[in-house]
Design a protein around this ligand. Structure first.
Ligand SMILES: [Mg+2]
Length: 348
């Protein structure tokens, strides 16, 4: 019934604004990833990001409804006028909103052992408060959907949709739709140990097998940046030879099927749910297609806001965003503001 999703308007998306050269982890390793250097306490964008007004300055003058002026004015950090309009639209009409969130680095701080990742408690409680009011609430992650549901303790959140493997899988109402992994992944899986050995992969390099994708991690090596750089060429070659994409991330390189990314995922969700306003928040290079999809959706008459969960490891993302917040804590603060603004019905 689902997946892979067709490539949608994200492929011809809005122009990135003020982005510098994309590079993973330019600031050096940050093993915990929770308090990134370089992200200001106020969540302002890094150098190179386009100028933004304050959230208050950019609040739409066109007749804010109950709660929406509050939510915009209450956001710490700078925001584009389009982003401010989208937050106001979400607060004004939450039933026609789509809120989609990445998991690692956005709801959950980055940790050395992926199975230890957990959402910040405040984020989880804010999602529970938002769920009854928001038309579509979704997690879009590179993890297997069921793993994200378990780590996030999302099963008790009514109506929540969890899109896994960047769009291959969908969990909703306790049911998982998951097509088998494409054969290209099996071919790469068989060859990957030999490729790593031949490249002289550093001690501590390890492979996370996500069934639909293979992720090589270097965070646990003595020099994670150098260890990752050493493998970039050989892994790109392996991806090319097996017909996979080779995608860098936060001290990782992921080999995964082509043609499916978070941009196609959010575009398909928007086509299905027809929201009037869309919010997506993410922290890594793999979230850029979703940011671009949000901007493309604006061209179709919807309001949209792309939120960067800032870290010292990935600075290329901020230039694509309408709002830059300080990591998972900043995302949590935003979700709390939205939950306060939308005022779920007393029945919940
Ligand atoms: Mg992430």
């Amino acid at each position: 019934m689902t997946r892979p999703l067709p490539r949608g308007p994200a492929a011809a998306s809005a122009t990135p604004r003020g982005a510098g050269p994309e590079r993973a982890n330019p600031e050096g390793a940050n093993p915990e990833g929770a308090s990134p250097e370089g992200a200001s306490p106020e969540g302002a964008g890094p150098e190179g990001a386009p100028p933004r007004g304050t959230a208050h300055e950019n609040a739409s003058p066109a007749g804010p409804g109950p709660g929406d002026a509050d939510v915009v004015a209450g956001i710490a950090g700078e925001i584009t006028p389009e982003g401010a309009d989208a937050l106001a639209a979400i607060a004004k009409n939450p039933g026609r909103a789509l809120i989609a969130l990445d998991f690692d680095g956005t709801l959950a701080p980055i940790v050395s052992e992926p199975s230890a990742a957990r959402p910040l408690p405040g984020a989880l409680s804010a999602l529970r408060r938002l769920a009854p009011a928001i038309g579509t609430l979704a997690i879009i992650t590179g993890r297997p959907a069921r793993v994200a549901v378990e780590l996030g303790r999302f099963a008790g959140i009514p109506g929540l949709i969890v899109i896994g493997h960047h769009g291959w899988e969908r969990w909703e109402g306790g049911e998982l739709t998951s097509p088998p992994p494409p054969p290209e992944v099996e071919q790469a899986r068989a060859r990957l140990p030999g490729v790593l050995a031949a490249a002289g992969a550093a001690d501590g390099t390890w492979v996370e097998d996500k069934s639909h994708a293979l992720v090589v991690h270097t965070r646990q090596t003595a020099d994670p940046e150098a260890a990752l750089a050493l493998l970039a060429g050989p892994l790109a070659d392996l991806a090319g030879q097996t017909g996979l994409d080779c995608k860098p991330g936060r001290l990782v390189i992921e080999l995964r099927p082509r043609g499916v990314d978070k941009g196609t995922a959010i575009t398909a969700l928007a086509a299905e749910r027809d929201p009037a306003a869309v919010l997506f928040a993410g922290d890594d290079l793999g979230d850029i297609p979703a940011f671009e999809a949000v901007h493309a959706l604006r061209a179709t008459g919807r309001a949209g806001v792309a939120v960067c969960s800032a870290s010292g490891e990935v600075t290329a993302l901020a230039g694509h965003a309408d709002l830059v917040v300080d990591g998972p804590a900043g995302v949590t603060a935003l979700l709390v503001r939205l939950a306060d603004a939308v005022r779920p019905s007393p029945a919940h």
